[in-house]
Design a protein around this ligand. Structure first.
Ligand code: FE2
Length: 374
């Protein structure tokens, strides 16, 4: 580096003299207000994983205990866990999902899903579509999606197939099918083709919606606990006109799936805890508010899923499987792999529970039962 000119040195000294003066003022104010001096000198307390918030500290303590419990149980089953982020996302190495899983293994996957919100498996390229479905059925009945292309001969298997002529459309934070009266428990996505020729691209991001709620300012938390939002499938119906559907045909579909109202904060049926339950794809109105007032309010809530501390990011490989809980998480599929292809197939497990707000009340549903509670 070249030596600084005398006038540059003089300017640097002037700037630091001001900085030192400001630092003295900040420190004296901090002392008066009783703030601790942080290692970075900042007194900012953002809505991130700050353990000074009692509710966040509780989440972190629970998370650490759950991880120890899961790690111990995994090793007894011959599995190895790779946690992707603090509170969300764990790869379970070891299982071969082509084989029928023991009740013990299924209960472990159930508990891992409950604690980690999304679980992943690698190297499952050899499993058949029937085996993919059989695995899903261990957690509950499988639903048919009325609007997304299904695999030929398998109405319960959704195909998401993107490439040069059909760019990815799932790059929006959402959880699946919240426009149903009884939205799904979770989705099990298997990667058939990934942009393997690229060093990056096509990753899916997942956000922890317990934290999205817990991180809200206290007054806002209290306010949204009693509010409800309207969920629709307009994103699908809106595209049908361009495919040649008549207004009458579109209305007939709207009659089958009318707008549905869900609490903005729902109680998770497995844990009894509170999750933020609005998303950019399907919930655009607050029940009882004008759109002009309600939509900007919801936009503030949507932003919570985008906070990096609440997220994990998954890199797909051919044969990878992601199983996420649609009640406790949202996801976002990066559409950054043009002109390469990405083909995935999804099996969606029904929940058969209408979202409700009643903290502490749990409903276990029709699938397998958890083997242990933390
Ligand atoms: Fe989705």
């Amino acid at each position: 580096m070249e030596a600084l000119a005398p006038e540059q040195l003089k300017r640097a000294e002037e700037v630091n003299a001001s900085n030192r003066k400001a630092l003295e003022i900040v420190e004296s104010l901090n002392n008066e207000a009783g703030f601790e001096k942080k290692s970075n000198g900042s007194t900012y307390m953002g809505n991130t994983l700050n353990p000074k918030s009692a509710s966040i500290a509780q989440v972190l303590e629970h998370t650490l205990a759950a991880r120890v419990n899961l790690d111990t149980r995994a090793s007894k089953l011959g599995f190895e866990l790779e946690h992707l982020a603090v509170t969300i996302g764990t790869i379970i190495h070891g299982p071969d999902l082509a084989k029928e899983q023991s009740d013990q293994a299924i209960n472990f996957f159930h508990d891992a899903l409950r604690e980690r919100k999304v679980i992943f498996f690698r190297n499952q390229q050899h499993i058949t579509t029937d085996q993919h479905l059989d695995f899903g059925r261990r957690f509950g009945p499988i639903e048919v999606h009325p609007f997304i292309k299904a695999k030929e001969g398998y109405p319960e298997v959704v195909v998401l197939d993107h490439g040069k002529d059909s760019p990815g459309q799932e790059n929006v934070w959402h959880s699946d099918v919240t426009w149903r009266e009884e939205p799904s428990l979770g989705s099990i996505l298997r990667c058939l083709e990934s942009p393997d020729d690229l060093p990056e691209g096509g990753d899916t991001h997942f956000a922890d919606m317990y934290l999205a709620f817990e991180g809200l300012p206290a007054l806002l938390k209290e306010q949204v606990r009693s509010m409800k939002a309207i969920h629709t499938n307009n994103v699908f119906l809106g595209g049908l006109a361009g495919k040649g559907y008549s207004p009458e045909q579109i209305q007939a579909l709207r009659n089958i799936f009318p707008p549905t109202i869900h609490p903005i904060v729902r109680t998770h049926p497995w844990t009894g805890k509170e999750c933020l339950y609005v998303n950019t794809a399907f919930s655009h109105e607050v029940d009882g508010m004008e759109f002009e007032e309600g939509f900007p309010f919801l936009m503030e809530l949507y932003k919570q899923a985008a906070i990096p501390e609440y997220q994990c990011r998954f890199r797909w490989e051919r044969g990878s499987i992601a199983f996420w809980d649609n009640r406790a998480s949202q996801h976002y599929a990066s559409s950054d792999y043009y002109p390469f292809s990405r083909t995935v197939e999804r099996v969606t497990v029904m929940d058969m529970t209408r979202p409700y707000y009643s903290p502490g009340r749990t409903v276990q549903g029709p699938g397998c039962k958890p083997s242990s509670k933390l």
